[in-house]
Write a protein that binds this ligand. Structure first.
Ligand code: UDP
Ligand code: MG
Length: 335
């Protein structure tokens, strides 16, 4: 039977919430009266997440469990879910119940009206630190200014996409993925449903500052070259102003106003310019690092185990890769 909707749930150390999440998701999806699948992607959790979800995937024929060989990151986990999803519609939802599963029903309604991307727009974010809210708001505004791609404000990855959009996403092979940008880039008929982002049901955020920064850098560098151009703008401005300064110095000399001993100013200028040069080298490094990632062309993720597929097809437990190509790549590495 055709799968009507696939729900992708990325999980990283979610032992405290995952059982509850499953129960709520199941309740909601049963309401549709259609055939659905819930794809849990275990992104290398080190806690009891696996032990909790495994029995669920055995007892509930709607549930699949994709297990990574290590932590590959949230965006990669979602991408794997898309590779494995077979639904006519695909929903992405966090494991921590910050995105209320009940909203999925509204998304499905919009999809049935003919929209191919239905994203959740956060009206309010409960229980998140002021720092997170302020930096998130700022980030989306800066991103909007830097890029031409339409990335709707105040949305996360909680969304429904149509099969056609999912197939487009699967074809985008870039390594440092910023999925909400890629979906925006793809276009199609898009709309939103509004919701209040709840507090995390339990546990703590799996996005420490370090991950937030690299996520933000992926977002900007994937969709904009402007930071690279900043280098030339600053360069031009500085060299123009240094010509002005040269003129002032020469004038002082000609008019015999006496030259300043000037050691301090030289040191200051030196530090200032070195700082700028290093900063701009860093910006270039961000891009070059990503080009390097692309050229190595390693697989996006490695699946250790895929459960819950027994009834549908005979993907074996040990070797289930998202695509033939990926299997060849990985087994090629292993030898
Ligand atoms: N997550 C993941 N891999 C990671 C980090 C997070 O799969 O390396 C999952 C996590 O389990 C959750 C979702 O991504 O389902 C969003 O993470 P979290 O709720 O911690 O982020 P926040 O809501 O605080 O931004
Ligand atoms: Mg969360």
């Amino acid at each position: 039977m055709d799968v009507f909707c696939s729900v992708i749930v990325p999980m990283y150390n979610e032992e405290e919430v995952i059982e509850h999440t499953y129960t709520r998701l199941k309740q909601v999806m049963d309401c549709t009266g259609e055939n659905y699948e819930i794809i849990f992607v275990n992104d290398g959790s080190r806690d009891r997440t696996e032990e909790i979800v495994k029995p669920i995937s055995r007892s509930d024929p709607h549930v699949r469990l994709i297990q990574f060989s290590r932590n590959f990151g949230h965006q990669v986990a979602i991408s794997a879910g898309m590779d494995y999803a077979s639904g006519q519609s695909v929903v992405i939802i966090d494991a921590d119940l910050q995105d209320p599963p009940e909203i999925i029903l509204e998304m499905i309604d919009k999809w049935q009206e003919g929209y191919q991307v239905v994203y959740g727009r956060r009206l309010m974010r409960k229980g998140e630190s002021v720092f997170k809210k302020v930096t998130a708001k700022l980030f989306y505004r800066v991103l909007g200014k830097l890029t031409q791609v339409d990335i709707p404000l105040d949305t996360g990855d909680f969304r429904l996409i149509d099969r056609q959009v999912c197939d487009v996403m699967k074809g985008l092979k870039e390594k440092n993925r910023f999925i909400r940008g890629l979906v925006g880039w793809a276009g199609f008929r898009q709309t939103s449903v509004e919701y209040v982002r709840e507090e995390r049901f339990a546990g703590v955020t799996k996005y420490p500052l370090r991950k937030m920064i690299s996520f933000a850098a992926d977002g900007i560098t994937s969709f904009s070259h402007k930071p690279l151009k900043i280098a030339s703008y600053i360069g031009v401005t500085l060299s123009l102003s240094s010509f002005v300064y040269l003129f002032v110095v020469l004038l002082q000399k000609w008019m015999e106003l006496g030259t300043v001993p000037g050691w301090a100013s030289i040191v200051a200028i030196n530090l200032f310019f070195n700082g700028i040069v290093l900063m701009l080298l860093g910006v270039m490094g961000e891009y070059i690092g990503r080009i390097y990632d692309e050229s190595k062309d390693r697989p996006l993720y490695i699946v250790r185990e895929a459960l819950g597929y027994h009834s549908r097809d005979n993907r074996s437990v040990e070797s289930s890769y998202a695509s033939e190509e990926m299997r060849d790549q990985i087994e090629g590495y292993v030898g």
